[in-house]
Design a binder for this molecule. Sequence first.
Ligand SMILES: C[S@@+](CC[C@H](N)C(=O)[O-])C[C@H]1O[C@@H](n2cnc3c(N)ncnc32)[C@H](O)[C@@H]1O
Length: 480
Amino acid sequence: MHPSNAPSNLRKPRHGDRLVATVEGFDERGRARGRTCDASGEYAVELARGVPGDEVEIEVLGRRRQALHGRVLAWTRASADRVAPRCAHFAACGGCSFQDAAYPAQLAAKARLLERTLSRAGLALGAFELQPIRPAPAVFGYRTKMDFTFSARRWIDLDEPAGAVADFALGLHPRDFHGKVIDVGRCEIQFERGNHVLRTVRELCRELDFAPWDVVRHTGFARHLVLRESRATGELLANLVTATEEPERMATFARELLRRAPAITTFVQNLHSKPAQAALSERELVHQGPGFVRERLGETEFRLSSNSFFQTNVAQAEALLETVVEELAPGGDEHVDDLYCGTGALGLNLARRVRAVTGFELVEAAVADARATAAANGIENATFVAGDLAHTLVAEARPAGEPTLAVVDPPRAGLHSKVLAALIVRAPRRIVYVACHAASGARDAAELVTAGWRLVRVRPLDFFPHTPHLETVFTLERTG
Ligand SMILES: C[S@@+](CC[C@H](N)C(=O)[O-])C[C@H]1O[C@@H](n2cnc3c(N)ncnc32)[C@H](O)[C@@H]1O
């Protein structure tokens, strides 16, 4: 009897049962998704790890309707796309989910996931052009910026000898476990020189007895280490985020750090005393260098300080810029609204191709960087509005004529309803929407379709190999 015809009174899988499952793909959190069946029916399976094509024996940990959550006990057949992960921390780390899958298989799984996401948002496949994913130029060492966390609670692997240091770590969070931090010796996806700086900072913090931040007690001194390298100039910025200032100890730290890691061109300290766990800043102190690095994207040289957003895979950001320019297809006389403009990476490169650009951005430091970049590059037709777009876009007068084009590049949550409403009122002829979370982009694109735009094309680009993330560019044209 086919399981789907099985009588409903048969006992369904429950905690502790063992079944064989086939892995089919990934979900957007980076978990493996597959299928299994027994006499009672067919079930979707969610596993922490697995490569499409793997056949695995699982232990059921839980069930919600027809979906099982399980743990892999053994591989009964390894997928042909399985490869050896390069990273020593792969088993525990939440940074990379798919280092054990060959890159083409990662892209195929991401493409299937994107199709599902678009359909779920009500965007009918076939009604617009969906291009294949543009692969990343490099699959290791591609991140030009990394944020490492200090913790007084180190993640300890099961096979570690007893007595290892447990109260100091500098690295990344384990998957699904934000209370602890893996002491990362080397990160395979960050720029190579970052690994030397990471090790040096750890060594120095240990020598100088810097207490790592404790997320439960809210005590400690060292909180984050943020590293940024410029691909264009080789300049390297190191940013130590601390809970308090401690000028004397920091002067010693800065002196030693620059001696042991002379590649650092700027060393800054950012103060963050509040409990929230992010590399936020209440004040920045520049210990060495100009306080920023100079990076090049397109035809523009950018000034990037520690708190400004800039794409972290700069090589692939070139491809994104190229895609945005092609999709926006400016004729030369348009006004472009650049929403969520960051340091102006897209807008400042568009400014040379249009009449005027208005960039909108929340973070003051990013706006300051954007203005300085415009001045340094002789760009006079770009203006920037600082503040929350939910307020600034409504308040900003529409330029004479109309804002004929818009670039939209929001954070993962997508457009705030007030921003979406204000964008509809401004009525740009074409909207190029860059989504770092395809589900939010697809939801907003569907809203814009309802409001009178036509979805013309979707162009995905892979910025982050080995992770479930994808940048997706939606092109919409006003129909009326
Ligand atoms: C994905 S980044 C895009 C940056 C830029 N387009 C680029 O390519 O470098 C999103 C930006 O939106 C900004 N942002 C987040 N929330 C905002 C808000 N409510 N209003 C304005 N900007 C916001 C962030 O500071 C960040 O710079």
